[in-house]
Design a protein around this ligand. Structure first.
Ligand code: ADP
Ligand code: MG
Length: 692
């Protein structure tokens, strides 16, 4: 029987137990082998009572010298045990008469538990114990694993099941193949898979427990590495699958681009030019581009996108520009129209809320190619939208767009038999090694320079009892002709409550600042309403904009120089940094006030401190990673990275370079084993990628 068999094939596993195991993500017998201990107990030797210390777990053996029921605050059975080196008490708060009678003076007892300082000296509460008859039982040969367990499934049961799986593995070692070839294992100095698994389930008595607890043992790292490798291989497979298709060759578009650049009121930064070169080289190839452009808020990604769009149009193709929210899509739409219509290019608009005839017209224009550029939300890539000849898809704010969608895009270009180039843009500044793992299917370009003349945003944290001062500050900024944002953060994951709170804030601010024009945008308003408010703010009719975090991404109003963020402690660091990036876009000094609600936890204080002291998005992201872990920062749902069984992107970050090198070597020397590795670690997940 193979290890892929369901756990129900094991002796004593019925449906009920299988359900409990499934809660631990154990479905096949092999899953038991990869269910690794959280920690270990040492039952491999008997500790003399005299050397026992409080706070440690140990096996002790001794002779009962007394046993009595104590009637204190809580009734308990107290058993005194001596072994020649010292005396210890065992204390039972729950005990049966039969139990009480076992502990006869002179009887030999072996027990295990954690020693603590009690009223009679060292005590063990409710130890595991057995009476030792004439012949002493042997101690364990291995450290005792403690596994992640679940309700109704305790350690002994779990241990026995894992032992069954290990036994099966011993009988048929080939059932769990070592997919990484021997040559690569040698080159990268990797222990064997079976060896590593066996070690972790049954460590020898002298195993370094601290190293194991930290997850840094070579056996653990061997498994983590294999898991990371499988994830990376699966992403690279996605890439290969997309790149087996042809893409339109988009070369020689210099003319349109030159006309566009001339009409811009600024010249491109060095970093923008470098990234555009990288994109240009991709577009000239007949293989779909898969490129992630990373650039801090305000680094000028939109212009870069526009240049790529022009390359597509010049090459006789359509380009689609997608943003994650309607408000941002709308802003892009206006921007692209302003830029491109003077060049004689027709720009279309498509969002979920566009209905009826307007929708039909847009779809027709997309289908017959009249709309050369289309800007919109996810609605752009729905099934009922078909392009005449889509050559480029630009996706803004990458982390909400996952691998599956990336694959689905293949079908969108197929009218011309071609797959569109993909340009993905994000302001989440992910450290490079991490990006290479999380987005191994993408090439990476970084805009690492802000346009000249930007002033760093001064950030201060202020408790909300000083609200009147903050309001005063808004009054004086607006009196000088500046504009301000007031951002209301999410309340308990409820959009409705948040929008309500924003309305209340707007009302109280309107009362406090009667001379100012105050507008409101939140997620529950109609797109047209939102658009009007944003326009009014953009052209200076409004002084103050009260908003929910819908303005997180992309909104661009250079005259706004003050931002108040209420309850910043509710947001992640990177998100706060993005929000703050809405100011500091003009020539005057800009300020961000973090208006928190005291008392702040130590953790929140630390986070706000980082934001106050750092304006560099990469440094903020590094800290965010340290504090929150990669799953949260990258957006767990799409990357699937948080669901790793053994590896931990944060802890195992130093493995990532090796993972990349190993993946490359493996694809060169033994590409055939990649699917098996992916199947082992990603299972059905990988299957889903395959179907698209
Ligand atoms: P982001 O990277 O956050 O999307 P945007 O593309 O919205 O940034 O650009 C932010 C602002 O900077 C916009 O007003 C844009 O017109 C301006 N900008 C972009 N590139 C330059 C440049 N090279 N020099 C000056 N201003 C620029
Ligand atoms: Mg942007």
């Amino acid at each position: 029987m193979s290890l892929d068999a369901p756990v129900t094939e094991l002796a004593g596993v019925g449906e009920a137990l299988a359900l409990k195991l499934a809660r631990l993500r154990i479905v096949q017998i092999a899953d038991l082998l990869f269910h690794l201990p959280l920690r270990y107990q040492d039952r491999t030797r008997i500790t003399p009572i005299g050397t026992l210390r409080a706070g440690t777990e140990a096996v002790v053996e001794g002779e009962v010298s007394a046993a009595e029921v104590i009637r204190g605050r809580r009734r308990s059975l107290l058993v005194r045990l001596k072994d020649g080196s010292g005396i210890l008490s065992l204390r039972f708060f729950h005990f049966s008469p039969a139990q009480q009678q076992q502990f006869v003076k002179g009887v030999q007892v072996r027990c295990f538990g954690e020693a603590r300082a009690g009223s009679t000296g060292l005590e063990i509460y409710h130890p595991e114990y057995r009476l030792v008859q004439s012949e002493a039982p042997p101690v364990d040969e291995h450290l005792t694993p403690i596994y992640p367990a679940t309700e109704g499934l305790a350690q002994p049961r779990l241990r026995a099941l894992i032992q069954q799986a290990l036994k099966r593995l011993a009988e048929a070692p080939d059932a769990l193949p070592e997919w990484i070839p021997a040559t690569l294992r040698q080159r990268f100095r990797l222990p064997g898979l079976l060896e590593a698994l066996r070690y972790l389930h049954e460590p020898p008595p002298d195993a370094p427990q601290e190293v194991l607890a930290a997850g840094r043992h070579p056996a653990q790292r061997r498994l983590a590495l294999e898991e990371l490798l499988a994830h990376q291989l699966s992403l690279r497979q996605v890439r290969l699958r997309i790149q087996t298709d042809g893409a339109p060759k988009l070369a020689g578009s210099g003319h349109l681009q030159a006309r566009f650049l001339i009409q811009l009121p600024f010249s491109l930064t060095q970093a923008q030019r470098r990234v555009l070169d990288e994109i240009g080289r991709d577009l000239e190839r007949e293989v779909p581009m898969l490129r992630l452009v990373q650039g801090d808020v305000g680094s000028g990604k939109t212009v870069v996108a526009a240049m790529a769009v022009l390359a597509a149009v010049a090459g006789g193709c359509q380009a689609a520009v997608m943003a994650p929210t309607e408000i941002l899509a709308e802003q892009h739409f206006r921007q692209f129209r302003t830029w491109l219509e003077p060049l004689g290019i027709e720009v279309g608009w498509l969002a979920g809320k566009l209905k009826g005839k307007a929708r039909g017209d847009t779809k027709a224009a997309i289908a017959d190619g009249r709309a050369q550029v289309v800007v919109g939300t996810h609605a752009l890539f729905q099934d009922d939208v078909s392009f005449q000849r889509l050559g480029l898809a630009v996706i803004d704010e990458q982390h909400r767009f996952g691998v599956h969608q990336r694959l689905a895009l293949r079908q969108k270009g197929e009218n011309g038999g071609l797959t569109p180039h993909q340009l993905i843009m994000t302001a989440t500044p992910i450290p490079r090694t991490l990006a290479m793992s999380a987005y191994a299917d993408l090439d990476l370009s970084v805009i690492d320079e802000l346009p000249p003349g930007r002033t760093p945003v001064h950030t201060v944290a202020v408790p909300d009892e000083r609200r009147p001062e903050v309001i005063e500050r808004i009054r004086s900024a607006c009196a000088e002709g500046r504009q301000a944002y007031w951002v209301c953060t999410l309340i308990e994951e409820s959009e409705a409550l948040t929008c309500q709170a924003a309305e209340v804030t707007r009302d109280t601010l309107t009362e406090a600042l009667p001379a100012l024009q105050i507008g409101l945008v939140h997620g529950r308003m109609k797109a047209a309403e939102k658009g009007e408010v944003m326009d009014a703010f953009k052209c200076g009719e409004l002084d103050l904009l009260v908003a929910t975090t819908v303005i997180e991404v992309g909104v661009d109003v250079p005259n706004a120089s003050l931002m108040i963020i209420e309850n910043p402690e509710r947001l992640g660091l990177s998100q706060l940094h993005q929000l703050r990036g809405r100011v500091g876009r003009g020539r005057v000094d800009s300020y961000c006030v973090l208006l928190y609600h005291p008392p702040l936890s130590h953790h929140s204080r630390e986070r706000l401190g980082i934001l106050r002291d750092t304006t560099d998005g990469f440094k903020v992201a590094e800290k965010d990673l340290e504090l929150r872990g990669p799953g949260e920062v990258l957006g767990t749902r799409q990357t699937g990275l948080a669901q790793m069984k053994i590896a931990d992107l944060e802890r195992d970050r130093d493995l990532l370079d090796t993972v990349t090198a190993l993946a490359t070597a493996l694809l060169e020397e033994a590409p055939d084993v990649a699917p098996a590795l992916i199947q082992r670690w990603l299972g059905d997940e990988a299957g889903r990628y395959g179907q698209v």
